[in-house]
Design a protein around this ligand. Structure first.
Ligand code: NAD
Length: 486
C-alpha cells in the first residue's frame, strides 16, 4: 500500500520534517494526489548526516565480506517482496507492470553481484626497488556518501548507488527525487530487515535547491554521487568546488543517443530495436534512442517498418502495455511544446505528437516520430526525456558517424549492420560510454560498467566492479619490514 504521508528515513526509522511543510505527489496514471510528502529542510539533512557520521566508523570496520552478506540478504528479501516494491515503482512512475517488476528483479541482481564483490575487494601488490619493502594498494571507504536520485527508475537508481556504497564500507544519505519519494524509504526498511545497522543508510525528502544543496554543502559528505540532468550535475560540481574542503563528485547525466541503420541492416530488426529504444519507459531513460540515423538507400523502407512497429506500441500502464506515462504534467506540457516548436520550424510529425485522449487525465503521450528536423536544431541537440524520436537521412557511413558524434552528449549508441569493418569503425569512432551492435541503445547489467563521456558524465562508471572505484579511495601502503637494513 502506498502511504498517504511520505516522510524521511533517519537512524533506522521514519521521521517527520522540522519545517512542517509538505508537497503533493500525484500519480502519472490519473493525475490523482496519492500522497503528501514532507518538505525537508537543511536541519533534516543535518540530522541524517549526523546519523551517518556516527554509524560510518563501525560499519567501515566490519569485514567487507560480512558487509556483502548484508547486501546479499537485502537482495534476497527484495525478491520476496517483488509485488510491494513493484507497486511502489508503479505508483511513482506509472510504468507498465512488467517494467516495474523487471526493475525489482534487476535491482536484486545488482545486490547479488555486489555481495560477491565484498569477498573480492581486490587491491594490487607491487614490487619495490628497495630491499625489505613491500607495496600494495587497498580500497578505503570514503565515509559519508550523498546519493542524489533521478525519478525515472527509482528503485534501480537507489540500488545502483547504495549497494556498492555499502559494500565499500560507507554510510549513505540518499536524497529522494521529489516525484518518486517513497522508494528510498521502503529501501531503508528493506536494508534494516536485512541487518543493516541503524544510521548507515538514511533518506531525506524535499526539493533539490533546499535539501540537495544542504547535502552537497555538508563538509562531512566525502562523495556526492548524482544521477540526473546536465544542468543540475554541473551546478553540483560547481558548488562542491566552492566548499572549503573538496569532495569527490560522480556525475551520471543525460544522453542524446543515436541508433544508426546502415544499408545492409536487417530493417525489421532495426525498427524493433529503434522502437524499444525510443519508447520503453516513455523515453524517460538516459539511454533512450532519440536520434535514428538512416542511410539514404534504405531510408524509405526503414521508415515504413518503423512506423508500422510504432503504431503497434501499446500505451498504458497495464500488464500488456509497453509505453507508460511521463512523470508529470509539467513534463508532458514541455514535450508537447517541444514538438510544437519543431513543427513551426519545419519538422514533420510522422506519428504521435499529441496526448492520448483515452487515457486522460494521465500524462500519456503517443509515441512520437519526427522527420525533417535539422541536426543543429535544439530538438536534435537537447535531451527531451520523453517518447519522442527523430529520423535523420545520411548519405553514407562517414556522415552517420559524424552526425552520431555531433552533440554535447556521449552516453550510448547503437549501429545496425553486418559489415564487420563498419562495426569496428563505429566502436572506435563513436565517442560514448556504451556501444551496442544490432541491438537497442540501452543495455545494462550488474556486471557491466555504465556511464558516459562529454556532458553525459565525468568519467565514473556504475555498476560493475568499476562502481567500487566510485565508492572507495585507493590507498597505497608502503611497509618497510626491516628499516635498519635499508
Ligand atoms: P534533475 O537534475 O532535475 O534532478 C535529479 C535530482 O537532483 C533530484 O533528486 C533533484 O531534487 C536534485 N536536485 C535538483 N537541484 C539540485 C541542486 N541544486 N542541488 C542538489 N540536488 C538537486 O534530473 P531528473 O529530471 O530528475 O532526471 C532525469 C535526468 O537524469 C535525465 O537527464 C537523465 O538522462 C538522467 N539520468 C541519467 C542516468 C545515467 O546513468 N547516466 C540514469 C537515469 C537518469
Amino acid at each position: 500500500m502506498y502511504p498517504r504521508e511520505i516522510v524521511h528515513w533517519i537512524s533506522g526509522e521514519t521521521a517527520g520534517s522540522s519545517s512542517g511543510a509538505t508537497f503533493e505527489k500525484r500519480s502519472p496514471i490519473d493525475d490523482a494526489v496519492v500522497a503528501q510528502v514532507v518538505r525537508g529542510s537543511a536541519a533534516d539533512v543535518t540530522r541524517a548526516v549526523d546519523a551517518a557520521a556516527a554509524a560510518a566508523d563501525a560499519w567501515s570496520r566490519m569485514p567487507a565480506p560480512r558487509r556483502g552478506e548484508i547486501v546479499g540478504r537485502a537482495a534476497a528479501v527484495l525478491r520476496t517482496r517483488e509485488r510491494e516494491f513493484g507497486e511502489i515503482v508503479q505508483v511513482e512512475t506509472g510504468k507498465p507492470w512488467k517494467n516495474a517488476a523487471a526493475e525489482v528483479a534487476s535491482s536484486a541482481d545488482l545486490g547479488v553481484f555486489m555481495e560477491s564483490e565484498g569477498s573480492r575487494f581486490y587491491g594490487k601488490t607491487m614490487t619495490s626497488p628497495i630491499p625489505n619493502r613491500s607495496v600494495r594498494t587497498e580500497r578505503a571507504p570514503i565515509g559519508v556518501c550523498a546519493a542524489i536520485m533521478p525519478f525515472n527508475s527509482p528503485l534501480a537508481g537507489i540500488a545502483w548507488k547504495v549497494f556498492p556504497a555499502l559494500v565499500c564500507g560507507n554510510a549513505v544519505v540518499a536524497k529522494s527525487h521529489e516525484l518518486a519519494p517513497q522508494t528510498a524509504v521502503a529501501f531503508g526498511q528493506l536494508l534494516q530487515d536485512a541487518g543493516l545497522p541503524r544510521g548507515v543508510y538514511s533518506a531525506v525528502q524535499g526539493l533539490g535547491p533546499e535539501v540537495g544543496t544542504a547535502l552537497v554543502d555538508d563538509p562531512r559528505v566525502g562523495l556526492v554521487s548524482f544521477t540526473g540532468s546536465v544542468a543540475t550535475g554541473k551546478a553540483i560540481q560547481q558548488r562542491v568546488s566552492g566548499r572549503p574542503v573538496l569532495a569527490k563528485v560522480c556525475l551520471e547525466l543525460g544522453g542524446k543517443n543515436p541508433l544508426i541503420v546502415c544499408d545492409d541492416a536487417d530493417v525489421t530488426l532495426a525498427a524493433e530495436h529503434a522502437v524499444a529504444s525510443a519508447f520503453i519507459d516513455a523515453g524517460q531513460r538516459c539511454a533512450a534512442g532519440s536520434r535514428i540515423i538512416v542511410f539514404d538507400r534504405i531510408y524509405d523502407a526503414f521508415r515504413d517498418a518503423l512506423l508500422t512497429r510504432a503504431a503497434a506500441v501499446k500505451v498504458g500502464s497495464g500488464p500488456q502495455d509497453e509505453c507508460g506515462p511521463v512523470i508529470s504534467r509539467a513534463s508532458l506540457d514541455r514535450l508537447l511544446g517541444a514538438v510544437d516548436g519543431a513543427t513551426r520550424r519545419g519538422a514533420r510529425v510522422l506519428a504521435g505528437g499529441h496526448v492520448v485522449d483515452a487515457l486522460k487525465p494521465g500524462y500519456y503521450m503517443a509515441p512520437t516520430i519526427l522527420e525533417g528536423v535539422p541536426h543543429d536544431d535544439e530538438l536534435s541537440q537537447q535531451e527531451l526525456f520523453g517518447p519522442i524520436t527523430c529520423l535523420y537521412r545520411v548519405a553514407d557511413f562517414d556522415a552517420a558517424i559524424q552526425m552520431a558524434n555531433a552533440t554535447a552528449f556521449g552516453l550510448t549508441g547503437a549501429i545496425h549492420t553486418f559489415n564487420s569493418n563498419r562495426i569496428e569503425q563505429f566502436i572506435a569512432r563513436y565517442r560514448a560510454g556504451l556501444v551496442s551492435i544490432n541491438g537497442p541503445t540501452y543495455g545494462a547489467g550488474p556486471h557491466m560498467p555504465f556511464g558516459g563521456v562529454k556532458n553525459s558524465g565525468n568519467g565514473f562508471r556504475e555498476p560493475g566492479t568499476e562502481a567500487l572505484d566510485v565508492y572507495c579511495e585507493w590507498k597505497t601502503v608502503v611497509v618497510n619490514h626491516d628499516p635498519a637494513r635499508v
